[in-house]
Write a protein that binds this ligand. Structure first.
Ligand SMILES: CSC[C@@H](O)[C@@H](O)C(=O)COP(=O)(O)O
Length: 342
């Protein structure tokens, strides 16, 4: 499945708000369309929003192609700034924008049409490389997945969260492709239900056995010895291995440790943020409490009662058995061991 398609002038995104009911594509023709798609989570998942932002800059570049060089360079930085204001936690977004800006700075002596061409090609390269990184993550992760493993995962880390194949779901896919006879428990992942709607959708399409559980069932299943390992993705991993991921990940990691179950994080190195020493300084996106209070158009929380919606939490590195990247695996991550990924 390819959830992000570039058609030469605009970006087609499989609208994740409509899944699994409908497979509807949104055609993002402007920078604002792309920014809005990221903000409203039509496209979501750390690597996917990075790739989408890169294509947003490509769209911006094409539309600014008539400007003179000075104006173009100023305008295209503004495009990056707009896209950077969409969501704060997943570092892949900022990584992709920085990579595009760097390319522009390095080639500022080119004429505008050539720059536009270069920017457009770079966005395609980012998407292509993401798929290759995910496949490599899958291969590195294989050895941690025993035959007949019953795997618990959280949120959606598959093709829909990336440019294709997936991170944690990439490892799961690789294990299936290697004939390991695995099965998966997908946390439904309140409040957005990425697990129930998206992970279950993807795994079912690929004939990988999947059972959806509510987030609150994970501890019970672990206690009943129904879970052999947990594997999740990441939105930002700091220099010491602390990992921000979808809200609920931290609770899973604590539960896994209590029950002696390995807890793996799978992510490309574009998710690393070595500028932060620890996870304490990661900005956690606060989304609308309405997303918690209202389910399927029906209000579940009495009017006047507040709800909270931090969209991510941070799992301290002590709870992580290994971080699996395309460059290799860091077991029992800490500051020193993470340095090999620099
Ligand atoms: C490969 S995706 C890893 C993470 O981005 C994923 O687990 C996650 O937390 C996504 O959050 P979302 O709010 O759906 O963008």
């Amino acid at each position: 499945m390819e959830p992000i398609k570039w058609n030469g002038t605009s970006l087609l995104l499989l609208d994740q708000l409509q899944l699994p009911e409908k497979m509807e594509w949104v055609d993002c023709k402007t920078v604002e369309d792309v920014a809005e798609a990221i903000e409203t989570m039509k496209v979501r998942g750390a690597p996917a929003i990075g790739a989408a932002a890169a294509f947003g800059i490509a769209i911006g570049a094409q539309q600014g192609a008539n400007l003179n060089k000075g104006d173009f360079l100023q305008y295209i930085k503004g495009v990056g700034e707009r896209l950077a204001r969409t969501r704060p936690t997943a570092v892949n977004l900022f990584w992709a924008i920085r990579r595009m800006n760097h390319l522009i700075d390095q080639n500022a002596d080119l004429e505008v049409p050539e720059l536009v061409e270069l920017i457009t090609r770079e966005a395609q390269t980012i998407a292509k490389e993401d798929v290759a990184m995910n496949q490599a993550i899958g291969q590195h992760g294989l050895r941690y997945i025993p035959h007949n493993a019953r795997i618990l995962t959280h949120c959606n880390t598959g093709s829909l969260a990336t440019a294709g194949y997936g991170t944690a779901l990439g490892v799961i896919r690789a294990a299936q492709e290697a004939g390991k006879n695995i099965s998966v428990y997908a946390d439904e992942t309140r409040p957005y239900l990425q697990g129930a709607r998206l992970t279950a959708f993807e795994l079912h399409q690929d004939n990988i056995p999947v059972t959806v559980i509510t987030d609150s069932m994970a501890g019970h299943l672990m206690k009943e010895k129904q879970v052999d390992l947990v594997i999740v993705g990441a939105d930002r991993i700091t220099a010491n291995g602390d990992t921000a991921n979808k809200i609920g990940t931290y609770s899973l990691a604590v539960l896994a440790k209590h029950h002696g179950i390995p807890f793996y994080v799978a992510a490309p190195t574009s998710t690393l943020d070595f500028s932060l020493e620890t996870g304490e300084r990661i900005e956690i996106e606060q989304r609308s409490p309405e997303e918690v209070a209202v389910i399927g158009g029906k209000r579940m929380v009495p009017a006047g009662v507040p709800a909270l919606h931090p969209a991510f939490d941070v799992t301290p590195h002590e709870f992580i058995t290994a971080i699996i990247t395309e460059k290799g695996v860091v077991e029992s991550p800490n500051r020193e061991r993470m340095a090999i990924l620099k």
